[in-house]
Ligand binder design. Structure first.
Ligand code: G3P
Length: 217
């Protein structure tokens, strides 16, 4: 399973990349706004900076919702760097645009996936990734990880090549459960990635080893 970081914060991207386990980055308009990025030129520049930090797929989201607008925006984003993946919402014009990008050799990430039917449609259009939002599904009283397992099963039976990118990750357990359920990628906040490091018995064991090491130091 690949690890992406779900942020537009450069310090957090660097910290995750320094761990040596980072395979890519995902962003969205909310994450860009959180970093105070304003204006289309600043947005393009920010993506360029991220591409310079991480050697892996970088999802850059369009904000147009009509076919022509999505194509125009997506072409501009894709021109920034060969690692850019154009992130397109799961809407009718979005599916048409994903098919166009696929036919023109541009990678896509179909975002805001909340059902298996949406995942099938995105795969049919040739999306490189689909992003089921598992945390938001949990928030609404359903089981996000179950959706990952369902999509994984369908893609395997049907031979779809689209990768399942589990998004809206809220904690380390989500990452473990998504790995079990067949996600190809987890895009996570830095805290959830670092949460995987933690176990109290590791801390207790290390403290004891260091204490005992003093005896022969
Ligand atoms: O990037 C999309 C997704 O990961 C958003 O997560 O926490 O806003 O539901 P969240």
């Amino acid at each position: 399973m690949k690890f992406f970081i779900d942020t537009a914060n450069l310090a957090q991207i660097k910290e995750a990349n320094d761990l040596g386990i980072l395979d890519g980055v995902t962003t969205n308009p909310s994450l860009m706004a959180k970093e105070g990025i304003k204006g289309s030129e600043a947005v393009l520049q920010h993506y360029k900076t991220i591409c310079g930090l991480v050697d892996g797929d970088i999802s850059a989201e369009v904000i147009s919702t009509d076919f022509e607008g999505i194509i125009e925006e997506g072409k501009k984003l894709a021109a920034i760097h060969h690692n850019i993946v154009v992130k397109v919402p799961m809407i009718k014009d979005g599916i048409k645009a994903i098919k166009w990008f696929t036919d023109n050799g541009i990678k896509t990430n179909c975002t805001l996936i909340f059902s298996a039917g949406q995942a099938i449609l995105a795969a049919k259009a040739g999306a490189t990734y689909v992003s089921p939002f598992i945390g938001r599904i949990d928030d609404s009283g359903w089981d996000g990880v179950e959706l990952i397992a369902q999509i994984s099963n369908i893609y395997s039976i049907q031979g779809f090549k689209t990768e399942i990118l589990a998004a809206s990750i809220r904690n380390a357990l989500h990452i473990i459960k998504c790995a079990e359920a067949g996600a190809n990628v987890c895009t996570c906040p830095l805290d959830s990635i670092l949460g995987l490091l933690k176990h109290p018995l590791t801390d207790i064991g290390l403290a004891k080893f260091l204490e005992d090491a003093k005896k022969f130091a």
